[in-house]
Design a protein around this ligand. Structure first.
Ligand code: DC
Length: 229
């Protein structure tokens, strides 16, 4: 019988999750889902409405009503019909998303939506809690990491590449704050699942990481004529 495969990729900011998850999904013909973009979309909606990102009552409601969609390949993120791809990458939204994502009600709404998105197709889903909470039975779990300096440098290059003027020290500090919050929150903190494969991307090229991850996937998922794409 045909089966849907879930590849869960978790790890801290700047570890290379988005780049790798997107590339691997393309190579395998699976659907790519960026769950961080979903928390960012909810946070953006809150900011625009003057709602504090830690106001759990209002945030829970926004999260339940947010209509978040990805176009093919997840190259654009659409919130309630509006393309918010660029807006959700602003540093202010990064900070608000980290706060909003600590709220249990927000997480419940997002996890439900993520499970729904993975019905009927094989997916590569990246985030912080995919292998631990969203899909604890995922066929493949990868934990991507890199040393903090390398992660901060990558994020600075990414933001500058998008035309944003950012200071390296500020980005490094904000990233460290965000990571601390993501790792120490009570609800679904960022941790490596016991059965996840740890991949340290420090000093590796994108191609090398992509190959390493594909090798893990191929070792776990037989070449897959029975896999739904
Ligand atoms: O991956 P990102 O930087 O776009 O994620 C934005 C924020 O959302 C980040 O601070 C952690 C949070 N997040 C989460 O708590 N759980 C996920 N599955 C994905 C992201």
């Amino acid at each position: 019988m045909a089966r849907c495969v879930v590849v869960a990729i978790d790890g801290p900011a700047g570890a290379g999750k988005s780049t790798i998850a997107r590339a691997v999904a393309r190579r395998l013909g699976y659907v790519y889902i960026d769950t961080g973009a979903m928390y960012r979309a909810v946070a953006l909606w809150a900011l625009r409405n003057g709602i504090a990102p830690d106001d759990s009552h209002k945030l829970d409601e926004l999260a339940r009503h947010a209509k978040i969609e990805f176009t093919a390949g997840a190259s654009t993120v659409v919130l309630n019909g509006e393309d918010v791809t660029a807006a959700i990458r602003e540093p202010e939204v990064s900070d608000a998303a980290s706060k909003a994502s600590a709220l249990p009600g927000v997480r419940r709404a997002m996890v439900d939506a993520q499970r729904e998105m993975a019905t009927g197709s094989s997916v590569v889903m990246e985030g912080r809690d995919i292998g631990t909470v969203v899909f604890p039975d995922a066929a493949v779990k990868i934990f991507l990491d890199a040393n903090p300096d390398v992660r901060a440098t990558r994020r600075v290059e990414e933001l500058r590449g998008k035309g944003m003027e950012v200071g390296a020290e500020t980005v490094a500090q904000e990233m460290a704050d965000r990571d601390r919050r993501d790792r120490t929150r009570t609800e679904a903190p960022l941790v490596q699942a016991p059965d996840a494969i740890y991949v340290d991307t420090t000093g590796l090229t994108i191609e090398e990481v992509e190959e390493a991850v594909l090798k893990v996937i191929r070792g776990r998922v037989s070449n897959g004529k029975d896999v739904v794409r």
